[in-house]
Design a protein around this ligand. Structure first.
Ligand SMILES: [Zn+2]
Length: 425
């Protein structure tokens, strides 16, 4: 099916394009881009006053299926993604069972093919059962289609195992994504360790628990010459380590989440369990360092760490609640309003971090760019529309999002996957 997108402001960081253009889509690919394309008898999408960007890619989501379908399924997670402006998502392996073998990876692909509106790419676990003891059959999982490996949430503590993981990943030319947390240091902690944890009487997670693992990963990936992506960077000390490592040409990339960029630990005075997340919301100084890091490029990618939990799981004492924020449907509006509109970063830099860079890091050659022959995955933004976050309207099965009632300017308007309009529904 053909589709002609007219008069949109096309921003493509990969080529540096920022101008009003028409885009012709044919057979799921971009067939032409010109100042003016006129064809008779074709479906036309008027994108006047809208921004046309390469499809957004979320490198970090939790879809909960198989095993915890009461929180989210591949179907509902993909609906949330489409509404949130994402055309591709990577799903983490901490399902039940863990995605540590070909059977689970293939299950995710087959469910996604039947049910998902967006591209779903499975991340397999590094260790069997995410137990940190024995490596999975990484070659077989790559063959089955796993696009990266991670023990996110239950990160590998054993340095020898991590060393071997990185060596294998180099051979297989795949990506390791690490949630950097020394569990001995963080154990029992529920929020950032600092002034507010003492004030609120809650056990803290020290910055050092992240810094130590980031330092370890930099050393090991440097020695193995392997590609390593650090998930949800959150503290100033870790930002400094990454900055230094990049100067030394270590193949390290990083991501930051909207909540770590926009919220700090002072928000926890409300004891709202929707703010309980791992890594925890950090100090104002850390938020400042992270903001600097997205401007200068020390942070490459924005990812949501979408982690749905059911209301009854979050509706408990702060100490008892599970970690996680439901983020797919609010990320884009939050960042447009709080970072782009406030001129913290440019719109082009934002698109680069949420599309161009993830595609590059993952080796998705036909995604993250707008050029002839690229996949017709596009995110179309309305920069002028104001919205009020309403968690009751979420397409996700869960509601655990701390931004309820926030008024934001700028929102995803149309999501196109493989040439098909998947949102509005
Ligand atoms: Zn994580």
């Amino acid at each position: 099916m053909k589709l002609l997108i007219k008069n949109g402001r096309v921003i493509d960081p990969a080529s540096g394009t920022d101008e009003t253009l028409d885009i012709l889509i044919d057979k799921g690919k971009i067939a032409d881009i010109k100042a003016k394309i006129d064809i008779d008898k074709i479906k036309i999408l008027d994108a006047s006053r809208l921004v046309v960007a390469p499809g957004f890619i979320d490198m970090h989501t939790h879809l909960r299926e198989p095993g915890q379908e009461h929180k989210e399924t591949i179907k509902t997670g993909s609906l949330a993604a489409a509404k949130g402006g994402f055309t591709s998502i990577l799903c983490m392996p901490n399902t039940e069972p863990v995605n540590d073998n070909r059977g689970v990876t293939e299950y995710i692909f087959s469910e996604a093919k039947k049910e998902a509106l967006v591209n779903v790419f499975p991340v397999a676990s590094i260790s069997k059962g995410q137990k940190g003891a024995e490596l999975t059959d990484m070659a077989d999982l790559v063959d089955a289609g796993a696009v990266a490996f991670s023990d996110d949430g239950q990160p590998v503590q054993n340095n020898q195992l991590m060393r071997r993981t990185l060596e294998y990943s180099k051979l297989l030319n795949t990506l390791i994504i690490d949630h950097c947390e020394d569990k001995n240091l963080s154990q029992g902690g529920v929020m950032h360790e600092g002034y507010y944890s003492y004030l609120l009487g809650l056990k803290g997670i020290p910055a050092s628990s992240e810094e130590i693992m980031v330092a370890r990963d930099i050393i090991l990936s440097g020695k193995a010459d392997a590609r390593l992506h650090i998930a949800h960077l959150s503290v100033k000390g870790a930002v400094n380590l990454v900055r230094e490592a990049k100067k030394n040409k270590i193949k390290i990339t990083t991501e930051a989440t909207p909540h770590h960029l926009l919220l700090d630990d002072s928000y926890l005075e409300t004891y709202d369990t929707n703010l309980k997340v791992n890594p925890p919301l950090r100090s104002k100084e850390d938020v400042q360092a992270l903001t600097e890091a997205i401007r200068e490029g020390t942070v490459d990618v924005i990812a949501t760490d979408h982690a749905p939990h059911s209301p009854d799981e979050k509706d408990v004492e702060f100490d008892e609640a599970p970690f996680g924020i439901n983020g797919l449907e609010t990320a884009v509006s939050l960042l447009l309003d709080k970072l782009v509109n406030k001129k913290v970063i440019s719109l082009k830099r934002f698109i680069e971090m949420i599309s161009t860079s993830p595609a590059k890091i993952l080796g998705f050659e036909n995604k993250g760019k707008i050029c002839i022959g690229a996949d017709a995955d596009l995110t179309i933004l309305n920069l002028y529309k104001e919205i009020v976050v309403d968690v009751s309207k979420f397409k996700s099965k869960s509601r655990n999002n701390p931004f309820h009632d926030w008024k934001l300017k700028g929102t995803p308007a149309i999501t196109i996957v493989g040439g098909k309009i998947v949102y509005p529904f």
